[in-house]
Design a protein around this ligand. Structure first.
Ligand code: SF4
Length: 742
């Protein structure tokens, strides 16, 4: 009997009265789950479910995907374009023509007065790939600013940089199917159950079929660490020391794959010499992992018939994130674990289409992994678009994390922010607020009018969301999937693709360049640009020429490379069009010699670290209910209900010393600012560390320093120091509520 009831209430599944299911893809994280949207007889969207026939998620979804259909009519959505003279004036509604004309005119005024690069464009990892391609065409080909970047600099830039340095090109070489083949799995700074729940489910499924060791490197006892066979609670920011020490053991005990090293890599002797300084008995004092544990993990990894590493922000968001990625690649190259089933270096991407922006947005170069620094690439794209190659800059401009400081120096006077929310996502937000306030002109394009950054804009473009649009995503394993258009845009919002096309018409080069009317038309252009070879004569890895919207839907996603020839071959052989699960299977890399680079990664210690005045490491990360700055999930009832407020994990022993109790508010202070946060006592964090989810406005990023990686310009969100003070509980509760509108 349950709670005194005499009869159990039968479990019923409410009938949502779905008349039709429509295929699409989840628009949150990079897992790339296929979703079916349920429409009622009246064509209203009533529910979502995982697509059982899709290889990625096989019917599963996490809480965000299950509730994603609630986005369409969620509170705070932008309904009309808005305009105002000063950012502190009240917004007035306006027409699309006026909003676009005003913006184009302001861009031209700023560029005429201060130079082309005085107007910056800051984009995202959450648009559709055709939208990225079109925004790149507009920014590089028409507006002509070189200060163009995306918020992927906050999450994936180190992975991109590390891949390019090691393999000569971006592009994760592995896939989820590698879980089914690996004999040793090592996760660096990656908490899959909360970050990428369905990838975690794929890993668990593989582990249920066949046991293999799960090693987790993380300073915090994350959910993944709780399930690990071996947890290495590393000192923050010392991954390079651990990996160098593992390589020291592997090389000195002769466990490396010398045949693979000789045939497919360059630089082994230099790495071998460098790692001699990282004997486990020395390294243990820097990385906090004891020498025996370093030796046993190194042997386990090297002796496994195949071993793989994954990583996420624990590596990327660091002052040596790019080095960390290059060093993970080193580990896999010297053990022969690249391009074979179960042996890979797989960066788990953050945003749903972080890969799409890397491939096609032209943020750091030109479309299709082309480089601004390469004259042939500039000529090729200029010819394809029909403009003068001299219009392109000859090297990459500023990254997002350098664009904002350029406002302070007066080099950037105006900005267009597309689908990103720096007022919550950037490090040291008090400084970002001042920068945004001082812009001559700011236009914000977002699904939500109440996104925090919009407080500082002069023009607001209301954008359509998810399946109100059509186009592709590329997921973590290079799989291109389609977002089908299921609903018309909400109110007077417009697809981002339409907004970019309309803006292009207002620039001189916009009259010369063809801007296809439909996303599918843009996809056809991208296919053309993906054919052929790289400057060293190797086939282009990013080849999507064999794909079409129809084929993508039929296969529920296709992994690139997928050339026209491959499409024909796979069709003839099995009728199934899956593409290429792995890169570099032939050991040929995208470098001049065709060999991968082994890179010497020496450790340098430049983090802000705990000290007498600020005695705690401040760490941050994701919770499963929310996505990034809660712009969308903060509006979804159940996501918000399960995770309504920021909290701080604190070790009970440390709390006892300070007289702090569970579920009381404290004030956390760093050298940048302060935040009020609710304490959750847990052994997940060590005595000298606290952890706060990064999603909440006016919280952890008021404190972070965000020192930058020298290669990727990605900020070290996860390494800074803070102190904790008691506060008046009523005032703290008031402040906590006041700082968040939803
Ligand atoms: S795991 Fe990621 S892609 Fe899959 S449903 Fe959840 S948020 Fe969407």
């Amino acid at each position: 009997m349950l709670f005194g009831r005499k009869k159990r209430k039968p479990i019923t599944i409410p009938d949502k009265k779905v008349k039709e299911w429509k295929y699409t893809t989840c628009n949150y994280c990079s897992t790339g789950c296929a979703i079916e949207i349920g429409l009622s007889e009246e064509k209203r969207i009533v529910t979502t479910r995982g697509h059982a026939g899709a290889d990625v998620n096989r019917g599963k979804l996490c809480i965000k995907g299950l509730l994603e259909h609630e986005l369409f009519e969620s509170p705070g959505r932008g309904t009309e374009p808005l305009i105002r003279d000063k950012h502190y004036d009240k917004f007035e509604k306006t027409t699309w023509d006026n909003a676009l004309d005003t913006t184009a005119q302001k861009i031209k005024e700023i560029q005429d007065k201060y130079g082309k690069d005085a107007f910056a464009v800051v984009s995202t990892g959450q648009l559709l790939t055709e939208e990225f391609y079109t925004l790149g065409k507009l920014t590089r080909g028409c507006i002509g600013t070189n200060n163009y970047d995306g918020n992927t600099t906050l999450c994936m830039a180190s992975a991109v940089s590390g891949y390019k340095r090691s393999f000569g090109s971006d592009g994760p070489p592995g896939c989820y199917d590698d879980f089914e083949h690996t004999h040793c799995f090592m996760a660096f700074g990656s908490n899959l159950p909360e970050q990428h729940p369905v990838i975690y489910w794929r890993l668990k499924e593989a582990l249920e079929k066949r046991k293999f060791p799960l090693i987790v490197v993380d300073p915090r006892v994350t959910m993944l660490a709780q399930f690990a066979d071996i947890h290495l609670p590393i000192t923050p920011g010392t991954d390079c020391v651990l990996i160098n020490s593992m390589m020291h053991v592997i090389i000195n005990e002769g466990l490396q794959d010398q045949a693979y090293i000789d045939a497919h890599t360059e630089g082994f002797e230099a790495v071998k010499a460098l790692v001699q300084d990282y004997a486990p008995e020395v390294a243990q004092h820097q990385c906090g992992i004891d020498e025996d544990r370093i030796r046993s993990v190194a042997r386990l990894y090297a002796k496994a018939p195949s071993a793989m590493s994954i990583w996420t922000m624990g590596i990327n968001q660091s002052t040596h994130g790019s080095d960390g990625v290059a060093n993970i690649n080193n580990l896999n190259l010297i053990t022969g674990n690249i391009g074979k089933p179960g042996g890979t270096s797989l960066s788990i991407t953050g945003q749903c289409n972080a890969m799409g922006t890397r491939e096609w947005s032209s943020c750091s170069g030109l479309p299709g992994y082309r480089a601004l620094e390469n004259p042939e690439h500039r000529q090729e794209i200029a010819d394809f678009w029909g403009i003068d190659p001299e219009f392109f800059p000859k090297k990459r401009g500023l990254a997002q994390t350098d664009i904002f400081p350029a406002i302070e120096t007066g080099d950037v006077k105006g900005m267009w922010i597309v689908a990103t929310n720096p007022m919550t996502s950037m490090a040291n937000t008090p400084r970002i607020r001042k920068m945004l306030e001082s812009l001559d002109f700011l236009v914000v394009q977002d699904v939500y009018a109440d996104v925090e950054t919009n407080q500082y804009s002069h023009v607001y473009f209301p954008a359509s969301v998810w399946a109100e649009k059509e186009g592709c995503h590329t997921n973590t394993e290079r799989r291109v999937s389609l977002i089908s258009n299921v609903l018309p845009p909400y109110a007077n919002s417009k697809p981002d693709f339409w907004i970019f096309n309309q803006m292009a018409k207002r620039f001189e080069n916009g009259q010369k360049i063809k801007f296809p009317e439909t996303p599918e038309g843009a996809f056809e252009e991208m296919k053309q640009l993906s054919k052929g070879s790289n400057p060293y004569g190797n086939e282009r890895t990013l080849d999507i020429s064999g794909m079409s919207y129809e084929k993508i839907v039929k296969a529920r996603g296709i992994q690139w490379p997928f050339s026209e020839e491959m499409a024909e071959e796979q069709d003839k052989a099995s009728g199934s069009l899956k593409g290429s699960p792995r890169l570099y299977t032939d050991g040929k890399f995208q470098t001049p010699s065709g060999k991968a680079n082994l890179i010497c990664v020496d450790f340098y210690d430049n983090n802000e670290k705990p000290c007498k005045d600020y005695p705690f490491w401040l760490n941050s990360g994701r919770v499963v209910e929310h996505f990034h700055t809660r712009t969308r999930t903060g509006k979804i009832g159940n996501c918000n209900k399960f995770s309504p407020t920021p909290y701080m994990e604190m070790n009970p022993d440390a709390a006892k010393e300070l007289g702090i109790e569970h579920q009381t508010y404290v004030r956390l202070t760093s050298r940048r600012g302060d935040a009020v946060v609710l304490v959750q006592l847990t052994q997940r964090v060590s005595r000298d560390m606290v952890f706060i989810p990064f999603h909440f406005h006016d919280c952890v990023n008021r404190l972070t320093v965000g020192l930058l990686d020298p290669y990727s310009r990605q900020p070290a969100f996860k390494q800074c120091s803070a102190r904790i003070e008691k506060v008046d509980q009523e005032e703290a509760a008031r402040l906590n509520a006041e700082r968040r509108n939803y």
